[in-house]
Design a protein around this ligand. Structure first.
Ligand code: GTP
Ligand code: MG
Length: 175
């Protein structure tokens, strides 16, 4: 027996934090050699095969990758609505990008359904290096205060598990 789901998700966060890089990793797309700021939004999708209680569930994950640049904020805001899963991204080497997560979390609370910011939002610290400025404890504290998940990665981390975890949480909430 199989069921099909379509899950809309959104990647938000300050500019140059690795959102588009994450999208390309999620969708096994090509990673750009040089930084190219996103103009407005980019879109990608990934078909997942999940197993829950012995049932195979085919799930199409739609992923909207937004621009961090403030001039696109109005466009970006319109993509929150209808998103069921949210990835809030910051750069572990950039304190300012971490501080901005408060603003992004407030946006999620303002524009998304309560289920989304209570159960289906994850904070992601990228570009893990020896020069990190934000500690795991600081990020975990923010995640705990907002009751969201947390994960930190470098460019080689396999991100499939994050996608699977969020899709499973969605399905378990709505099955
Ligand atoms: N070392 C390392 N570099 C990364 C990682 N993720 C992204 N980058 C690099 O960081 C730069 C910015 O990445 P993008 O994904 O384009 O940033 P963005 O958040 O989409 O930026 P905007 O579209 O302007 O909002 C690029 O040069 C990436 O190659 C990572 O995990 N590790
Ligand atoms: Mg981008």
């Amino acid at each position: 027996m199989s069921t099909n789901y379509l899950i809309k998700s959104i990647i938000i966060g300050a500019s140059k934090t690795g959102k588009s890089y994450l999208l390309s990793k999620f969708t096994n797309g090509k990673q750009k050699a040089n930084y190219q700021p996103t103009v407005g939004v980019e879109f990608g999708s990934k078909m997942l095969q999940l197993e829950l209680k012995g049932i195979i569930i085919n799930t199409l994950m739609q992923i909207w990758d937004t621009a961090g640049a403030e001039i696109y904020q109005t466009i970006t805001n319109t993509y929150y609505k209808g998103s069921s899963v949210v990835f809030i991204v910051f750069d572990l080497n950039n304190t300012e990008s971490f501080q901005k997560c408060k603003f992004y979390m407030e946006n999620v609370q303002q524009y998304c359904l309560e289920d989304v910011w209570k159960n289906l939002t994850i904070l992601i610290g990228t570009q893990l290096s020896d020069e990190r400025k934000v500690t795991t404890d600081q990020a975990l504290l923010f995640a705990k205060q907002n009751n969201i998940l947390y994960s930190e990665l470098n460019k080689d981390t396999n991100v499939d598990e994050i996608l699977h975890t969020m899709a499973k949480r969605y399905i378990q909430l709505y099955e």
